[in-house]
Design a binder for this molecule. Sequence first.
Ligand code: 8X3
Length: 255
Amino acid sequence: MAEPTQSRTAVITGASSGIGAATARELARQGYTVVLTARRADRLEAVAKQVHSDGGTAKVHPLDVTDREAVTAFAGQLESCDVLVNIAGGAYGTEEIAQADPADWQRMYDVNVVGALHMTQSLLPLLVASGDGVVVVLTSTASFTNYEGGGGYSAAKHGAHVLAETLRLEVCGQPLRVIEIAPGMVHTEEFSLNRYRGSSEKADAVYAGVPFPLVAGDVADVVAFAVTRPSHVNIDLLVVRPRAQAAQHKVHRVS
Ligand code: 8X3
């Protein structure tokens, strides 16, 4: 059974939409005070409203995780932090290596890896001081495999996986759990749209005919499950895919 979560604080990055927003709502439902961070203040306010209407407590803090100074300032004004959920991330472009824009690769590395590094480093003292801290890194099945046109994203997600694995080794013995959640195909509002540079036709084609791809709430449910285990239980890595996706290239579609 999960331990009581009264008055514990969870900071969620990428909380303005998709998996981040769903995770914030789920953790709030489980009794956490959630601190919502992402760049878009208006979207954060909308998520906070949903949390409040569910009966939860949410605070909003607009933040770009790639901006080190802003992250340091954010951490400096937090009184406590028990859980950090690193969800901010994304894929930009589907070009193969021969044509890929290095700027896209840089951007993906910055948000998926360096952003999580900034947040984790800055909140580590509070997480350890809580006596039962949890760091979640949301990676991807792309952290463990490669596919054509996915090189930059996969490289970044491999990096995020390394961050989680290395941190777990380095903090062993301290009151801190490090959890990696690696989802496969998740149909969210923005992920594929960003990857396909705003083409909804191409973004929708990714999920065409797939009976029940995962949705944001499915992943939020898994994150909340992992976070709310008793404090001696560390779920190192949890891979979650829709039943229709047996492997990256093995997707069942119906016409
Ligand atoms: C996204 C999963 O299958 O698009 O993190 O690489 S996939």
